[in-house]
Design a protein around this ligand. Structure first.
Ligand SMILES: [Zn+2]
Length: 394
């Protein structure tokens, strides 16, 4: 009795390499059609490579499609876990055996590349691949999950016209796709470098410096992400090289490996690893150059503010000198003013005709008022400063 099949998931594009006409043959398959009657129904025997462009999230949500893919391509359950979905990159491998005989070799890897354009818009390019290599037929099945442009176009393009000797090595796909990762990471690093260079060559404006801290920190944030993805990609490629070494050293009975082809694969992987490592150094350099620019921007603003403070200090110094002159002139006239004020009081009587100068016997009244009032004023001044002490401005 025929099953109705999964109707809710999108059809999955399947590309099969046809050596006869050197081209990809594309067809569309339902997610739950990959595995039925205990066998994989997807791959033609005469097709050495098959690319399946699936959606990981859609498949993860549909039990029928997920089970179909899991069984058809021996995907481990761990691959569907949340921490794999949220990871910034990984590498894994597995060997399948039947009655003690190795039947297949699976590897899975995930690379992330953050690309920033000239308008500061960014995009994450993701290469999330699961590779199933079948020992008896030397067929390679590549499940590429959630691939978007330009990765989606690059994968079939890079895997065209495979060398038949290389097909005996399960790692031949990585040798080709690693150069795509290097190419995309190279664009990502140079995009950051261009932003850094633009910041470095900005001329300081006349007057108050006004650095765009938000922009510089945004570029720094992208530079940190690019460095992180490069670190992970480099470690993934180191892992692929280690596993390739391990695979070659195990001498599996199914192996009909051409030593020259495997050596070429290994050398290409090694070269890509070195390129990623070099790009990582450049990316770290970009990040440090940005830190240098941020430090320079802070120092420039601080230097300008210090210059303004010096000018304010000089102006205050000139004001203080002027005030001292005014105080000196006031002090000079103060005793004479006091004497004239005392002698102009009505306690003194000067007769111009006789020349007699009389002082009133009540002159003590002046001192009775003047002395306590002076003491009271001094005390008020003292306690005022106690109650309301002067505090620094700010
Ligand atoms: Zn489904």
């Amino acid at each position: 009795m025929a099953k109705a099949g999964c109707q809710k998931c999108s059809l999955i594009p399947v590309l099969q390499w046809k050596p006869a006409n050197s081209n990809w043959d594309q067809r569309w398959v339902r997610g739950d059609e990959f595995h039925s009657n205990n066998s994989c129904q997807t791959i033609d025997a005469e097709s050495p490579i098959c690319i399946i462009l699936a959606s990981a999230n859609e498949t993860r949500a549909c039990l029928a499609c997920r089970n179909s893919l899991t069984r058809a391509f021996c995907i481990p359950e761990i691959w569907w876990s949340d921490y794999c979905r949220n990871s910034n990159g990984y590498l894994g491998s597995d060997i399948t055996r039947q009655n003690g005989v190795v039947t297949g070799f699976s590897t899975w890897a995930y690379f992330e590349i953050k690309h920033l354009d000239a308008k500061m818009q960014y995009q994450w390019h993701k290469m999330n691949i699961f590779i199933r290599w079948l020992a008896p037929t030397k067929q390679t099945i590549i499940l590429a999950f959630d691939t978007l442009s330009p990765v989606m176009e690059r994968i079939p393009e890079s895997l065209r016209n495979p060398d038949s000797n290389c097909l005996g090595d399960p790692f031949w796909v990585y040798a080709r796709l690693a150069s795509d990762v290097v190419d995309l990471q190279d664009s990502a690093v140079w995009a950051i470098r261009n932003q850094v260079r633009a910041i470095e060559t900005q001329r300081m404006p006349i007057g108050k410096p006004q650095p765009d801290y938000r922009h510089i920190h945004d570029v720094a944030r992208h530079a940190i992400h690019v460095t992180e993805s490069l670190n992970v990609a480099t470690e993934c490629l180191e892992g692929i090289l280690a596993q390739h070494d391990d695979f070659l050293s195990q001498k599996f009975p199914f192996q009909m490996i051409h030593a020259d082809a495997s050596e070429a694969v290994h050398r290409q992987l090694l070269f890509c690893k070195h390129m990623l490592s070099n790009l990582r150094h450049r990316s770290i350099s970009n990040r440090e150059r940005l830190q240098n620019e941020i430090q320079l921007a802070f120092n420039t603003v601080a230097q300008y503010d210090a210059g303004i403070s010096v000018q304010i200090g000089r102006a205050a110094q000139l004001d203080g000198a002027a005030m001292r002159k005014v105080a000196f002139v006031t002090m000079m006239f103060l005793p004479a003013t006091f004497i004239s004020a005392v002698f102009s009081m009505s306690f003194f009587d000067f007769d111009a005709d006789s020349g007699a100068w009389n002082i009133s016997g009540k002159f003590w009244i002046y001192w009775v008022f003047a002395i306590p009032l002076t003491v009271a004023t001094s005390l008020l001044w003292h306690f005022w400063h106690k109650l309301f002490p002067l505090t620094p401005m700010g």
